[in-house]
Write a new protein. Structure first.
Length: 324
């Protein structure tokens, strides 16, 4: 049975996965700002990828105003936005949500789940994330920059529900990898730990993972990983041995040219998701420290590496706002 899918935006994430779905014959509509809607109407939605290029000449689109004036409910809404834009984004797509709509957020971290559940209902919200490096170029084309293009989703309670199965079927045959999992919360925690460590390293040191490690920063990387992994464990989502080894290998690779997207935002003077990714990790740590749940000694008597990263980013945001 066909499902109606609304993709929020047609930037790097929404544009890539939405185009793959549309190219696969799925019923996909993009919620766009007027400027992006005109750009796509003029030239189509174009993806350049190592896995094959795609051009959707005339994708179905709606704008915020048209959706509000003629609301129609969707079965699935894929939400990829910055955490600090979530409130406005929820207001934009609210007319498309019914009691049966599955909202699949592709944000990093965890705090957005409760915000979505409060704005709509807990039953509307699935877990999700993606593993891809992509960006829009100056022409508005989506550029897929690596070999990974995985979108992972599932029910927060771990049930492989009918709506999860229907979304997986919409992706079947598409030129990307869609994974329906009964461990979505665990997997979101794994990605959050990896993103927090990578962002902490590369924003604080203003260099790639490889530059930090090859300059003697492996001990620093491992210590930051240990802090974040302990927080995940204290929250009830301990990392598996496989996940721990994989994340450690990523953040201690001396040849890695990777910098976190937060570092790229910081270097161009843009707003960063510091509070959602780093601040929320610290708040989670402190909540479980108060209850004595942390699995190893992590006291609040002095600042940790994570606290130093958080302070650095808060000072950056203060200076950025003062300069506006």
């Amino acid at each position: 049975m066909s499902i109606r899918i609304l993709v929020i935006g047609a930037g790097a994430l929404g544009g890539y996965f939405g185009a793959r779905l549309a190219d696969n014959g799925a019923d996909v509509t993009f919620l766009l700002r007027p400027g992006r809607a005109k750009q796509i109407a003029d030239g189509g939605l174009i993806v350049h990828s190592p896995s094959g290029d795609t051009r959707i000449q005339s994708p179905q689109t709606v704008t915020r105003d048209s959706l509000q004036n003629s609301p129609g409910h969707y079965d699935v809404i894929l939400v990829g936005c910055k955490a600090y834009d979530l409130e406005d984004t929820m207001n934009a797509f609210a007319p498309a949500v019914s009691g049966a709509t599955a909202i699949v957020p592709l944000l990093n971290g965890m705090a957005h789940l409760s915000r979505l559940a409060q704005r709509f209902t807990p039953g509307n919200v699935l877990g999700g994330f993606c593993l891809i490096s992509a960006a829009l170029d100056e022409s508005g084309h989506v550029r897929h920059l690596n070999d990974s293009h995985q979108l992972v989703f599932g029910e927060l309670d771990g049930i492989l529900s009918a709506r999860v199965s229907r979304l997986k079927e919409a992706f079947d045959g598409a030129r990307c990898e869609a994974v329906a999992t009964d461990r979505i919360v665990h997997r979101m925690w794994e990605k959050w730990v990896q993103i927090a460590v990578a962002a902490g390293m590369t924003t604080l040191m203003r260099g790639s993972i490889g530059a930090v490690v090859s300059s003697g920063g492996a001990v620093f990387a491992n210590a930051l990983f240990a802090e974040c992994a302990a927080i995940a464990s204290g929250a009830g989502y301990p990392l598996s041995e496989e996940a721990s080894m994989r994340i450690r290998s990523v953040v201690t690779d001396p040849s890695s040219s990777v910098t976190a997207s937060m570092t790229k935002d910081l270097e161009r003077g843009a707003r960063v998701e510091a509070d959602h990714l780093i601040g929320e990790m610290i708040r989670t740590r402190d909540a479980h420290a108060d209850q004595g749940h942390l699995p190893y000694s992590m006291t609040r008597g002095g600042p940790s590496i994570l606290d130093l990263v958080d302070l650095h980013l808060r000072v950056y945001e203060r200076r950025r706002l003062e300069a506006i």
